[in-house]
Design a protein around this ligand. Structure first.
Ligand SMILES: Nc1ncnc2c1ncn2[C@@H]1O[C@H](COP(=O)(O)OP(=O)(O)OP(=O)(O)O)[C@@H](O)[C@H]1O
Ligand SMILES: [Mg+2]
Length: 153
């Protein structure tokens, strides 16, 4: 699907929030500036959580309280660490994963097991005309059925 403007990306995030529930893991992939954080802003708005969703500079994960809490993690800086998995474990993200919706930027290859290998991958890409395209790639669980539901809403 094509996302012409940042507002379209946020609107898509709000729609995506409609199929999310506690315990979910969502991995956002795509290059720098693809719109991953913008998408999380839309998800946060759709879920009705508190606090501004930003690109954390020093923080790797932030919890936004709401009807279902949103854990927003950005693993970008973990890439340089000698043992990124240990850093992820130190975050204790899985302590709350069952009660929260966990959305991770740059988490591919690092956090899949947090969701017992059931997760939704959201691929964002930036085209030459500066628009974005988004693709949902379901992995396990009932993600395939849920992404189909999103297409019909
Ligand atoms: N269609 C679009 N969707 C999303 N962002 C867009 C779009 N068009 C332009 N932009 C701009 O691109 C930038 C996307 O930034 P954002 O922080 O969301 O990207 P990101 O993928 O999280 O980057 P990073 O890898 O640094 O975390 C914003 O400045 C936004 O205004
Ligand atoms: Mg970002």
């Amino acid at each position: 699907m094509k996302l012409a403007t940042v507002e379209d990306t946020r609107a898509f995030g709000r729609r995506l929030a409609g199929i999310l529930r506690a315990g979910d893991l969502v991995l956002l992939t795509g290059p720098l500036g693809a719109g991953k954080t913008a998408l999380v802003q839309g998800i946060g708005a759709g879920l009705g959580v508190e606090g501004a969703i930003t690109s954390p500079t020093f923080v790797i994960a932030r919890v936004h309280r709401g009807p279902v809490p949103l854990v927003h993690a950005d693993a970008y800086r973990l890439g340089d660490r000698p043992d990124p998995r240990a850093e992820i474990d130190d975050l204790d993200l899985d302590a709350s994963i069952e009660d929260s919706i966990t959305v991770v930027e740059w988490g591919e290859g690092l956090v899949e097991e947090l969701g017992n290998d059931e997760y939704l991958r959201v691929r964002l890409d930036r085209l030459d005309d500066d628009t974005r395209v988004v693709e949902l790639v379901p992995h396990g669980g009932d993600w395939a059925a849920r992404t189909r539901r999103l297409e019909t809403t």
